[in-house]
Design a protein around this ligand. Sequence first.
Ligand SMILES: Cc1ncc(C[n+]2csc(CCOP(=O)(O)OP(=O)(O)O)c2C)c(N)n1
Length: 363
Amino acid sequence: MPGKSEYPVQLVQPDGRRVLDREHAALVADIGPEQVRALYEDMVVARRIDLEATALQRQGQLGLWAPMLGQEAAQVGSAHALHPDDYVFCSYRETAVAYCRGVPPTDLTRLWRGAAHHCWDPHAVNMTNPNIVVGSQGLHATGYAFAAHMDGAEIATIAYFGDGASSQGDLAEALGFAATWSAPVVFFCQNNQWAISAPVRVQSATPIARRAHGYGMPGRQVDGNDVLAVLAVTRQAIARARAGGGPSFIEALTYRMGPHTTADDPTRYRSAAETEQWARRDPIDRIRRLLEREGHWDDAFDRQVAERSDAVAAAVRRATIDMPDPAPSELFDHVYTTPHPLITEQRRAYAEYLAGDPGGSRA
Ligand SMILES: Cc1ncc(C[n+]2csc(CCOP(=O)(O)OP(=O)(O)O)c2C)c(N)n1
């Protein structure tokens, strides 16, 4: 039997009823109806951006997209726990986190169109760009956090990664270092049950959060489709890190409702029954039910959120399609910070090739 502290923290049930958990409810005591509506709105807008980007890929406007459909509460809840001076180290799926950090929605698709080297300016929002190297962001977050700690800066970092990434050596190194050196980092695992076609049961024989204890840091599971519960546990972990208490580990139990990326077909490896079961725990429906039950839902609000989502999605679509194609030679601009003879030669040869003389004078 797991002890009480091993049950996933939950504050709102799928039907919208509150859970009696005074300890964690106290961490979000300041979140009244207006703030719940704001969390709801962020989840709806982020989902709309995500669906628009998926459609843009299907229409040939993006090379690839990694949908976060179903993971809105894990991302919006945790992002709202962060301070502006905290630093986010993400994977490739944190669209809702980026939106909550203040990334202009029109920047979110830039990299995925294959027409820019980055999506947004990381320094403007204290959040790295999409990172494809699975698990590496744990090391980056730990290094930044440790440096901040040595500088005496009272900030935290947060590393977002998936259940599959928890099997990477990079993560093990990051957890070990962060714990022994008390680095102010929060390891935020979105356990969305799948790493492409590999189910979570092949990643870990115990709940992933329990592994944190072996490294010497608190680890806690949370219902990742419950935005208030995620906000509560992330606030606790961020406060601990900022106060010098060291790292923590959060495992948010959620579900990737869509494909791994637009290049994937999940019907090849998982059942419709499983997906339907998780659809009944939809994070957005849950907060709508809470607002309805507690008398804070009305048609005007519903309309206002829908109109805002449509406007943001239209702006994302326009900006994506209007993105200018870069000059082919830009490919060589960011390889080294200073000129390099090999790159200079490659740039010259490529320009020659494009000019229709692939062999050039050496042919
Ligand atoms: C170091 C490394 N190994 C393998 C891959 C290929 N790869 C891309 S995504 C992925 C699965 C990651 O799953 P998970 O960490 O659970 O995150 P999710 O995609 O579910 O958000 C893999 C193996 C990679 N990008 N980087």
